[in-house]
Design a binder for this molecule. Sequence first.
Ligand code: FE2
Length: 236
Amino acid sequence: MARQAAADGIATIVATPHVISGRYENPSEVVAQRVEEFQRRLNHAGLSMKVLPGGEVFFDDGLIEAIKSGRVPSICNAGKYALIEFPMGGIPVAAERMVFELAVNGVIPVIAHPERNEDVIRDPNRLYRLVERGALAQVNAGSLIGEFGRRARETAQILITHGMAQIIASDAHSTRHRPFRLAAALYEARKLVGREQAEAMVVDIPAKLIAGEEMPLQSPEPYARRKGFFARLANL
Ligand SMILES: [Fe+2]
């Protein structure tokens, strides 16, 4: 995977194993330890890839406490940015309060692949309300190139062009099943938002996350569904 990532133009990876309470525990110190070990192997193999610890934390009631205490991994385990995953079927009603409470505690949630979430597909402004409250969002590279179907692709396009998603990430799982496709996604994003902004989504903004730096203020725009009979047909 490291070799494939390098060929895709990637120099730094945040490893984000799933964290699901009671199923995949992956405590932050274990992830840090494994990532360190893996980095040593990469160095030994002569690969210049840099791998950093993180986690994709599944939403549940204990989330805020788990992140604040450092029990579950955050980006680089710095406790500043945390990658959060919602159930694919929908965004829990408690999500907006969670974003607010995390922000109060100095933690900025980064919502993983909202363009694949049924609630966001139906109404992209579900994400707008979270981003407005201080969340960030990252779309999957695969979504932009159609690997998760037409609806996920169109939703990803809406989220990017409305400033609701600020990051494009690989969500790579293996060399075959969901490989690294960041270069192809960057190409698609450039067509949507221009070269500068597209590159910021894969380079500058992720670099700030890794460094634990403050993010420029987000100014998302709500999505206004096109009106009219044919537009409504197109939206079916
Ligand atoms: Fe995920």
